[in-house]
Structure formats: C-alpha cells, structure tokens
Design a binder for this molecule. Sequence first.
Ligand SMILES: *Cc1c(COP(=O)(O)O)cnc(C)c1O
Length: 424
Amino acid sequence: MSPETLLPPLSTVEPAAPFSPADFDRVVMTTYSRFPITLERGAGCRVWDTEGKVYLDFVAGIATCTLGHAHPVLVEAVTTQIQKLHHVSNLYYIREQGELAQWIVDHSCGDRVFFCNSGAEANEGAIKLARKYAHDVQDIQYPVILTAKASFHGRTMATITATGQEKYQKGFDPLLPGFEYVEYNDIQALENAIGDLDEGNRRVGAILLEPLQGEGGVRPGELEYFLRVRKICDENNLLLMLDEVQVGMGRTGKLWGYENLGIEPDVFTSAKGLAGGIPIGALVCKESCNVFGPGNHASTFGGNPFACAAGLAVAHTIEKEGLLQNVQARGEQLRKQLRAIANQFPNLFTEVRGWGLINGIELSAETAITSIDVVKAAMERGLLLVPAGPKVVRFVPPLIVSAAEVDEAAGIFGEAIGAIASLP
Ligand SMILES: *Cc1c(COP(=O)(O)O)cnc(C)c1O
C-alpha cells in the first residue's frame, strides 16, 4: 500500500474536540507563563488561533521558523524524507547529515560538525569540547570557561551554569564548577578575569559569547570588543566559542552572527533557525580543535535524515531566494519605523537596536510599563511579539517577511503603544 492509502479520507476524520487550556494546565508542567491563545494553523508570516483570529507572527517560534509557516519547499522536503527514511542510528552513514554538514562547512569558518537536537545540547557539546581541548591540548587540569553577564546559553545544568543570569540558576545548585562571568562588551573586564584566574593548573581555556545577546535584551556585540577578544584568544591559545543559536542561519542579514564582528570563532553552535522549526542543533569547530573521537559524544536523534533534510531545504532556500538581502532590507525598514515610534514617545523608550531581523525596542527604566504589557497590547491587535527581558520587546519575524508585512507590523505596534500611552 502506498502511504497515501494509509491515511483516512478527510471526511472520515473526527472533528477535533474543542481545546481546553484548563485541561492542558492539569497535565502539563507549568514551566511557562503562557499567553491565553492557542495557535493551530500558519501560512507564511501569519498564524491563526482556535478562535479563528489571525496574527502577524513576529515571534516565529522565537527566531526559529526561518521560512515562516507551511513554506512549500520545507513541506516538500519533510514529506519526501519521511516517506523515504526519517530516522536511523548514527551507527550508520546518513547521507542528509553529510550533506548538511558539507553545506555548513562550505558556508562558514568551520571544518567539522556534530549534530544534536537543540541549542542547549549544542552548547553542552561545545562545553565538553572545550574541556577535552583543555586536557588534551592546553594542558589545563581545571579549565575555566568565561561567559558574559546577561548571556543565555540554555536550560541544561551545564548551560544554566554558563548562562550569566541568576534567575535561570536559582534553585538548581550545585551548579557546575569551571565557569566565571564577565561584563559583555568590556575588554578590560575580560583581560582582568583571565589574569586573575591564572593559578597554574586552574585557568581560563575558553571564552563563550553570543555575537549578539538575544534573551539578555537584544544587545549587539561591539566590533572593537570582538576583535580584541579574538586577539587575546590567539595570543593565549584560548578557544573562542560563539553561541549562534539565535542569530545564526541568516537572522542578522549575514549567514552567521560573527560575520558582523570581523572575526572567526574556533567553535560555534547553531540551532533555532537551522531547520526552520524542525528540532536540530549543530556544534561546529575548526579542524585545529576537532578533539572528539569515537565514544566521546553522541546523540540518538542528532543529525537524523528528517531534521537534516529540513535543514538542507532551509539552507538552499536562503540561497535561492536571496533571503539575506531581504533580511538586511526589512531589518533597516523595521528599525527606521520603530525609531519613528520611539521618537513619538520619548518618555517610554530609550533605544531601538539590532541586526537584520533580530531587533529590540527598549522601554525606559522610568516607566512602569513592561515588555509583557507591550506584547499583550500588540497581541490583542493581531501582532505577535516576544519579550527579551523585562524592558525589551523583541521582533524576530520569519526571514521571508515582506515590506508590506513590516509596514503592517509597525502600524499595529504604533497603535498598541498609542493605546498604552493614553492609559491613565
Ligand atoms: C534559545 C537559545 C539557546 C537554547 O536553545 P534551546 O533549543 O532552547 O535549547 C541557547 N543559546 C541561545 C543564544 C539561545 O537564544
């Protein structure tokens, strides 16, 4: 039987039972404060909820749905792949995994790729790689990884430890040893930490940074800072590892965030947008730090044919449709429009910042209005946005977003702000 004949004809499918958030809340752990809507369908940059209300999606699964929703190329790729072969063990060669790794190697500074399923897992891999490199190559008995304050690297034990924000660590100690934190974009702080930590067999072996801090408030890395960080790493034989989970795969208008900073990392990680919303993660390194051998690291699902076929579809579409140019143009358009709104309400906003299609508007510390208030007001008017901390509202639409959709989003945002500003 062909796969189509295994599917029941549409007319015989039971109509879906009405969805109940209360039932959901009884059985799903309450690790999220959820907004009270349920999304059930999407097309392009729009999503529909169970009430039939349509939203312009400037969240995109948090910087994940690179090609938007139901993109024909992605639909075709995953449909074809699941009919052919969706999962096999890494005990065997996997064609699609090799092809996606080749594409990444051809389009980045990296030479070697390890695939996993999420951003946190990719960063776990980077942390393990850094420790093995410290023992095998740097001859450090107790290696320390420096990360930045206000960073975000994931929710596993190692990655909450790497994350320089106490709110993610609270309640989960003991954290992992071997991490220290420095102020982001502050070269003196970094130099001091490297000097202070040099105790012979306990010293810094690697530095892990985001090219632009996403969750920490959409804070772009400074060119001058990263040039100096690269130089310090070269002079001291330290690994420079960049967390590209949120900004990689075209989000900034360059394929990788580091291309905005005039440097190449030794190691970088990717996940969110890499397969357009199909779970995937990748750890990429240069040959010089390719210290993993058989048995050192593994993942059951990592790099399976399904996820890698999705990744290849995203990769080829970014190239074929010239999406990087669109990201740059739409990003400039959006920042210009957001700055115009910020200028209309100088008491409410302090700054609009970002690269390509990762942008944030920061609320003034003086106003009581929070990012959640703004996100709710926009949501009521049909625009989905996501906070990046208590005072920054983040705009991360699909990379296919059109000029008309950016205009529309800015219009809705302006109305939402107007309504908030007029409240007593
Ligand atoms: C989202 C994110 C992560 C974690 O990714 P998950 O897939 O949620 O594990 C790590 N680093 C950065 C910079 C992120 O934005």
